[in-house]
Design a protein around this ligand. Structure first.
Ligand code: HEM
Length: 360
């Protein structure tokens, strides 16, 4: 919480990893975990659950969690994503072409905010016109865990009412028709599940895409390689998620005392898994601050671990892949605008606030 940390938390992460791998941070009110091994183990530990308040999937445990997670799964599987792909690719090209007419642009404002919102609005089955609304909510603070619930509820309610009266076969329709323990889900539960979906898709994927573009623009030689060999896009994405994970801190609450890195987290305490620190742990990754798309093992923590591991990783990759390809094709001379340097913003989720590029 100290001044300057949000601008550059990485020196602090280095100190924590090396000297205080388990540290209680008074102002933040949480026990900090920063080493790759500890963060991975904590995310998968059933004694560490999502902290209140919250009504989204990550806040549920046991049978209810399994049942609700299963309701989202069909919309994130290969067949559903195949159906989504062409629309996401088309949108990516439309957005990129609009930018290509100009001398300079901010890719966060004009691309990263929009493309993932389109993908997730379509995946849920909301009308295309809902995209601007979802993108605006993401900007106003709809987080990965579906914050800003009131504004989102107001937006979703009429769609839920309509589907309760006239069932549809999209994801929102499936949530409205679903029964758990013989009873339909309440409107509140449907909104919570939809909020996680829209928040993750619209907000977190947008942030991860912005980080990927920043890493490539910072390394023009690697950008040129991806342009020449699109099959390298997956490696570029995985390496960016390691070095600059969009879900930068994941919170948990200890239901009982948990021993870790030579100390004990007391029951009831909040735990902050510092994903951004874990991704640059030198005990796990050689030369961890370097962005290197040829890194043979970039790890896999960025989407979490254990029972809450992100079910949207494939949709996120599909979106990022479509976005990157459209930008590389339509903006072939893209470089940083003169004098511009990206600045990271946010701690729970994190990415560059702006990406000002010159196009000609
Ligand atoms: C690059 C983009 C993304 C990143 C970095 C990311 C990261 C994560 C992480 C770290 C978690 C675990 C949170 C926890 O353990 O508390 C998570 C959970 C989740 N993510 Fe994502 N996510 C991304 C995109 C998506 C997309 C596109 C969707 C679907 C539209 C999605 C849906 C979810 C859901 C529903 C959960 C909760 C799972 C559960 O609690 O069982 N995510 N995500």
């Amino acid at each position: 919480m100290a001044p300057g940390i949000v601008d550059d938390p990485f020196p602090l992460y280095r100190t924590l990893r090396a000297r205080h791998p388990l540290h209680h941070d008074e102002p933040f009110g949480a026990w900090l975990l920063s080493r790759y091994a500890d963060v991975g183990a904590a995310l998968a530990d059933p004694r560490l659950v999502a902290p209140p308040p919250g009504r989204t999937l990550t806040h549920l445990e046991s049978a209810t969690h399994t049942a609700h997670r299963a309701l989202l799964a069909p919309a994130l599987q290969e067949r559903a994503l195949d159906a989504l792909k062409a629309g996401v690719e088309r949108t990516a090209y439309v957005l990129a072409r609009r930018i290509a007419r100009r001398d300079e642009a901010d890719l966060v404002e004009e691309f990263c905010h929009w493309l993932p919102a389109v993908a997730v609005v379509r995946a849920l089955g909301l009308p295309y016109e809902g995209t601007a609304h979802v993108a605006a909510l993401c900007r106003a603070g709809l987080t990965h865990l579906g914050g800003a619930p009131e504004a989102l509820d107001v937006f979703l309610r009429p769609h839920i009412v309509r589907r309760r009266a006239h069932p549809t076969d999209d994801l929102l329709g499936a949530l409205c028709a679903a029964r758990t323990d013989g009873r339909p889900l309440s409107d509140e539960t449907v909104c919570g599940l939809a909020a996680t979906f829209l928040g993750a898709g619209g907000h977190t994927t947008g942030r991860a895409l912005a980080a990927l573009l920043a890493n490539l623009l910072d390394h023009p030689e690697q950008l040129a390689l991806v342009r020449a060999g699109p099959e390298l896009a997956d490696a570029a994405w995985a390496e960016s998620l390691r070095r600059d994970p969009a879900a930068h801190i994941v919170l948990r609450r200890a239901t009982e005392p948990v021993r870790v890195s030579g100390g004990t987290i007391p029951a009831g305490a909040t735990v902050a898994c510092l994903m951004g620190a874990a991704g640059r742990d030198p005990d796990r990754f050689p030369d961890p601050d370097r962005y290197d798309l040829f890194r043979t093992d970039p790890g896999g923590l960025a989407f979490g671990a254990g029972r809450h591991r992100c079910p949207g990783a494939r949709l996120a990759r599909l979106t990022a892949d479509a976005g990157l390809r459209a930008l590389l094709t339509e903006l072939p001379a893209m470089t940083w605008a003169p004098g511009f340097r990206p600045v990271g913003t946010g701690l729970l989720t994190r990415s560059p606030a702006a990406l000002r590029v010159r196009l000609g």
